[in-house]
Design a protein around this ligand. Structure first.
Ligand code: DC
Length: 215
């Protein structure tokens, strides 16, 4: 069974995707981590992130290893585990830029499909999973929430991770990323394309229960 969860940053996708995968005892595919890993490596190597050619060459040169299970999602780049290092606000901003390039997307989409072939049953989370990568998925969700609520959630997450950021900075980061990222999942808002869930006033367990009903 393939379940896709798409939507903007801070909509609660990652948290519920993990919980749903654990509940169903299937792997959780964190596709955002793949884009983040490329951006992280690009920052380290001082790659010109605005250049499609440079980012395309970068993604092809990296050795990306995925280890996605029901209760964990680890990612290694050239032998280094970067699963935590890719979560900073600096990497988030760089990732939006990297993820815009078709050369990067084509490469990572191929990698996601081959990982999907290997895993067979999984919950996958990103921006284009139900629309582009796994259009034949069994159940598709779009999670959304108000921009203010999403900024608050991201801020909490970043503070827990030890980052020194303000709500204003997170708001700006989210607004910027929204305008770049939204194009990937807009087609899922067509009637009947996916189950659309607004999580603004819902708790994690309420969202999870709603998802389970549809599954
Ligand atoms: O879900 P996330 O915040 O970890 O995603 C990080 C960035 O990667 C975000 O800017 C959108 C982009 N992304 C994408 O373009 N396509 C995906 N399938 C997943 C993430």
């Amino acid at each position: 069974m393939i379940i896709t969860i798409d939507g903007p940053a801070g909509s609660g996708k990652s948290t519920v995707a993990r919980k749903l995968a654990a509940r169903l005892e299937v792997a959780y595919l964190d596709t955002g981590a793949m884009y983040r890993a490329v951006a992280y490596a690009g920052l380290l190597r001082q790659t010109d992130l605005s250049s499609e050619a440079a980012c395309g060459a970068l993604v092809r040169a990296l050795r990306i290893e995925l280890d996605f299970g029901p209760t964990y999602a680890r990612i290694r780049v050239d032998g280094h585990d970067v699963s935590e290092a890719i979560r900073t606000i600096r990497v988030s901003a760089a990732t939006s830029e990297v993820a815009r390039h078709p050369a990067v997307r084509t490469f990572l989409v191929k990698m996601q499909r081959s990982e999907g072939d290997r895993l067979k049953s999984f919950v996958t989370e990103g921006r284009d999973q139900g629309s582009v990568v796994f259009p034949n998925a069994d159940v598709k969700f779009v999670l959304n929430a108000s921009a203010e609520k999403r900024a608050e959630r991201r801020l909490q997450q970043l503070l827990v991770d030890g980052e020194d950021v303000t709500l204003e900075q997170v708001r700006e980061n989210i607004t910027q990323r929204d305008s770049i990222d939204a194009i990937q999942w807009q087609s899922l808002l067509e009637p009947g394309a996916a189950h659309i869930i607004d999580t603004t006033t819902m708790s994690i367990s309420e969202v999870l229960d709603r998802l389970m009903e549809h599954v």
